[in-house]
Design a protein around this ligand. Sequence first.
Ligand SMILES: [Zn+2]
Length: 341
Amino acid sequence: MRAVLFRKHGGAEVLETAELPAPEPGAGEARLAVKAAALNHLDIWVRNGLGAPIPMPHIPGSDGAGVVDAVGAGVTLVKPGDEVLIAPGLSCGQCPECRAGRDSRCPSFRIVGLQTQGTYATHVVLPAENLLPLPPGMNMVQAAAAPLVFLTAYHMLFTRAGLRPGETVFVPGAASGVGSAGIQLAVVGGARVIAAAGGPEKCELARSLGAEACFDSSKKEEAAELRRLTGGRGADIVLDHVGGDHLAASVAMCARGGRVVSCGATAGPSSTLTVRALYAAEVSLLGAYMGGRWELMEVLRLFGQRRLAAVVDRTFALAEAAEAQRRMEARQNLGKLVLVT
Ligand SMILES: [Zn+2]
């Protein structure tokens, strides 16, 4: 098989295309001939070596879709020829959290491409239960682009923050993967959505996805602008996938009783919160780590009803993965970047 991998941590230049023996599926596993694999910010963190040590060489990539081309012993869920997408969370299926449907809280929870070899390849082997049928009308590029970000945004808005119809949701970084998914899901949930993004083109995208207003965060101070747009009240939910110093701003942007949901830290790993802003306005600070399989099934049901669409910036050939990652790191993309084999 062909794969894009790295042998040491570093910038996009450490990515190389290599020929490797195709992995064989073991009992309960299936092999996917990957047709499309989507990028996530996670891929950059893995490449930079910001997480726990991983065996080298490493193939990144958490999202993918393709055709089953081999199955291991005892597999009945899928068969060769099936068109499937990847559920990017791996869990034991046996522990109390898994059995309660909260598989991202499983003690052995792992993310494809983070703690395992990933999808920047022509083939990948996964447990058969991680391969889900494509919803009606969904093509391979959409099927690769959707799972991780829509699952994360669904888990943030509904499971963690408990979004209720009529609430106001603020989405910073609106043209990113989680941002563009969050706007659409908040609209499905009956929310009023206000967004912020860097530049008029990204704001136009946010409005086209259903944001009532979007302002240019490079020109306007977010907290003041959000207060203005909400008559001084602030947001019921802030979907913070930015982290860093933005987290403190997110707390300050909440209405009384508001919730900040954090799923990532592209702006930096730590934050200085104003404790008084947290307690005086009764703000809840919630962490979200991807999400469970049932939430992905809900997302796919909404895709099947054409109520959601993954925003794809552009596709690249597998061998152009470094160029695609550079585009993501330079924040030039409007939506998802997808590698096609
Ligand atoms: Zn478990």
